[in-house]
Design a protein around this ligand. Structure first.
Ligand SMILES: Cc1ncc(COP(=O)(O)O)c(C=O)c1O
Length: 348
């Protein structure tokens, strides 16, 4: 018995109250790698994968993925935000797991084909909703030794989503995790399934304690902030600096890369990637989590060693965080001019 949350008709969706939930939309892209090459792939209506019980994606975590969004503009156009960056990052994740990368140009074309086929499900402009796309690759076929698979599946499915953190752009509190998300020379830099399996328990403990997510510290010394749940961390200093951690074990966030640029070029801030010591949070007047799903989620406070350090406010978003949010989402929804090459239209 397969459980599938069949999507309602697009006309029946309450676009302003979408959560972040799976939905089985009409179409997804599916390609196979066999005998040393990828086939062309095609759109399919089948939301299930039929794979061998001996698939490495099931046993040995030979699985990587991406996350990006399609946005509807005021003019009713549909556009993607830096999809080439997701293609490039997935290429790197594949290299780390000895998987055959799907060609980057075809990745972007396939994303566009999925958006076009499900265009009715791209939420209307002004509702805050977007169409979330999930490219996923897994090793498949009969295999029981710890070796790379002989065959692979690459799929891209989609669903309309709203806010990832319940508060949206209202601040929430995070707690510092006792657990590590990644090892110093492990897979933290790659978007691979195994990193997320290990994050479920810390996330669950944080939720039960009343926090929206966890702050992970660097696995080598446990003194520096690395990630904020499944998003990168940023702080704004009293001297108008935008600061985000630099480390080989955090995921190179595309939102982070974009905000580093926008903080400097659009907001006139000094943008810095460097150490963020957990016991020196006083230097920040504002803080937040940033990522495709999180967008920019203001962090009200961080609990560390039983004390809550509050940044700007536990209830109100800070002015710089708000400006960063308005600039980023303005670009994504087509209201603010984008730097060259950041936006790709989807013809539908
Ligand atoms: C662990 C982790 N860090 C950061 C991010 C943010 O990355 P991006 O901005 O590319 O979505 C994500 C989400 O993709 C993530 O899973």
């Amino acid at each position: 018995m397969v459980f599938l949350a069949k999507a309602p008709k697009a006309s029946e969706i309450d676009w302003s109250n979408l959560g972040f939930n799976y939905m089985d939309l009409p179409y997804r892209f599916l390609a196979h790698w066999k005998d040393g090459k990828w086939d062309d792939g095609e759109l399919t209506e089948d939301a299930t994968l039929h794979i061998s019980e001996g698939s490495t994606g099931l046993h040995y975590g030979q699985a990587d993925f991406e996350g990006l969004k399609a946005y509807r503009t005021k003019n009713n156009d549909i556009q993607l935000f830096r999809p080439d960056q997701n293609a490039a990052r997935m290429h790197k994740s594949c290299e780390r797991l000895l998987m055959p990368a799907f060609p980057e140009d075809k990745f972007v074309e396939a994303v566009k084909s999925v958006v076009k086929a499900n265009a009715d499900y791209v939420p209307p402009y002004g509702t805050g909703g977007t169409l979330y796309l999930r490219p996923l690759m897994i090793g498949v076929g009969g295999n029981i030794g710890v070796h790379p698979a002989q065959e692979y599946i690459f799929t891209i499915f989609a669903m309309p989503v709203g806010a990832y953190y319940k508060g949206g752009v209202t601040p929430t509190n995070f707690t510092t995790s006792y657990y590590d998300r990644a090892a110093p020379h492990g897979t933290g830099q790659s978007k691979v399934g195994g990193n997320y399996g290990g994050s479920l328990l810390p996330g669950d403990e944080a939720h039960k304690a009343g926090y929206s997510d966890v702050i992970y510290l660097d696995p080598a010394t446990h003194t520096k902030i690395e990630e904020a749940g499944s998003a990168n961390f940023f702080g704004v200093t009293k001297d108008n600096e935008f600061v985000t951690p630099k480390s080989d074990s955090i995921l190179p966030s595309i939102t982070k890369k974009s905000l580093l640029y926008l903080a400097e070029h659009n907001l006139g801030m000094k943008a810095i990637e460097g150490d963020v010591f957990i016991d020196k949070l006083d230097r920040f007047s504002e803080a937040g989590a940033m990522g495709t799903a999180a967008v920019i989620a203001p962090i009200g406070g961080i609990e560390y060693k039983d004390e809550l350090h509050v940044f700007y406010s536990e209830t109100e978003v800070g002015p710089v965080t708000q400006k960063l949010y308005d600039t980023l989402t303005g670009i994504q929804f087509g209201d603010v001019e984008a730097p060259e090459g950041w936006i790709q239209k989807v013809e539908y």
